[in-house]
Design a protein around this ligand. Structure first.
Ligand code: HEM
Length: 227
C-alpha cells in the first residue's frame, strides 16, 4: 500500500473524527444561536415535505444500518446469519433506503438551486452539504452492482474490519482495503469528509435530533396554578 493510501485510510479518519467531535463541542459552546437545521419552509413549502421526508427516512435508515452493520463484530452475528446473507440483506435494505434518500435529496437540491428566495438565503455550506450527500448517495448506490459480482460477503467483511480497526485504534486497518475498487474507496473518503465538515454546517441538527429522543423519558413537568 502506498503512503497516500495510509494517509487517506489510516490517518485521515482520525483527523475527520477529531474535528467532528471537538468542532461540534466548540460550536455548541460558542455559537448556540447558529445551532439549528435552518428550516426554509417559510420560503417555499412545496417540494420540501416530500423531499425532506423521503431524504430523512432514507438517510436515517442508512445511518443506523451503517453503524450496526459496520461496527458489529463478525463473531456476534455469525451464529445467526452468514456473511453472504448479511450482504444481500444490506444490499436490498440499503439499496431501497438509498434510492428513497437519493430521490428526496434530488428534490431538495432542485428547490434550493431553482427557487430564487432559497438560493439567495443559502450559505455556501448549505449547497455544499447537499452536493456532498448527493454524491455520497450516488457512490453508495454504485457499490451495489459491484457487490453483486461477489455474493460471499468477503468484501463487506473487509470493509467492516477496516472500520472496526479504526474505531478501536488497532493497526492493520489500511491493509484490509487492498484490492478494493475506487468506488468503495471514494465512498469511504467522502464519508469521512462529511464527518469533517459536519460541525461547520447545518448538519449539527443531527445531534439534536438524536438527543430529542430523550424527551420520551424526561421527568414530568409539574404545573401548579396560583390560587
Ligand atoms: C436525527 C434526526 C433528524 C431530525 C429530527 C432532522 C430534522 C431536520 C429538519 C427539521 C430540517 C429542516 C427542514 C426544513 O427546511 O424545514 C432538516 C433539514 C436537513 N437535514 Fe435533517 N434531521 C435529522 C437527521 C438528519 C441526518 C442524519 C442528515 C444527513 C446526514 C440530515 C440532513 C439534513 C439536510 C441536508 C437538511 C437540509 C435540507 C434542505 O432544506 O436543503 N438530517 N432536518
Amino acid at each position: 500500500m502506498s503512503y497516500s493510501q495510509y494517509f487517506l485510510f489510516g490517518i485521515y479518519p482520525y483527523i475527520a473524527l477529531a474535528i467532528f467531535l471537538l468542532g461540534s463541542l466548540v460550536r455548541f459552546d460558542r455559537e448556540q444561536y447558529t445551532w439549528k437545521s435552518d428550516s426554509s419552509q417559510l420560503l417555499r413549502s412545496g417540494q420540501l415535505r416530500l423531499g425532506s421526508n423521503l431524504f430523512h427516512i432514507g438517510v436515517l435508515f442508512l445511518f443506523f444500518g451503517h453503524f450496526v452493520g459496520m461496527l458489529t463484530p463478525h463473531f456476534v452475528y455469525e451464529p445467526f446469519i452468514s456473511s453472504g446473507a448479511k450482504q444481500i440483506l444490506a444490499m436490498v435494505s440499503g439499496g431501497t433506503a438509498g434510492v428513497l434518500a437519493f430521490i428526496g435529496l434530488s428534490l431538495l437540491l432542485h428547490r434550493r438551486l431553482t427557487e430564487p428566495r432559497i438560493r439567495a438565503t443559502s450559505k455556501p455550506s448549505d449547497v455544499l452539504i447537499l452536493l456532498l450527500l448527493w454524491l455520497q448517495l450516488a457512490l453508495g448506490l454504485a457499490t451495489i452492482p459491484l457487490s453483486a459480482q461477489h455474493l460471499d460477503g468477503s468484501m463487506m467483511l473487509r470493509l467492516a474490519e477496516w472500520a472496526q480497526h479504526i474505531v478501536t485504534f488497532r493497526s492493520g486497518a489500511v491493509e484490509m482495503l487492498a484490492g478494493t475498487g475506487w468506488v468503495f474507496k471514494t465512498h469511504l473518503f467522502l464519508g469521512m469528509t462529511i464527518f469533517l465538515v459536519f460541525p461547520f454546517t447545518r448538519l449539527v441538527h443531527v445531534w439534536s435530533g438524536f438527543a430529542a429522543t430523550t424527551y420520551a423519558a424526561r421527568a414530568w413537568q409539574l404545573v401548579r396554578p396560583r390560587g
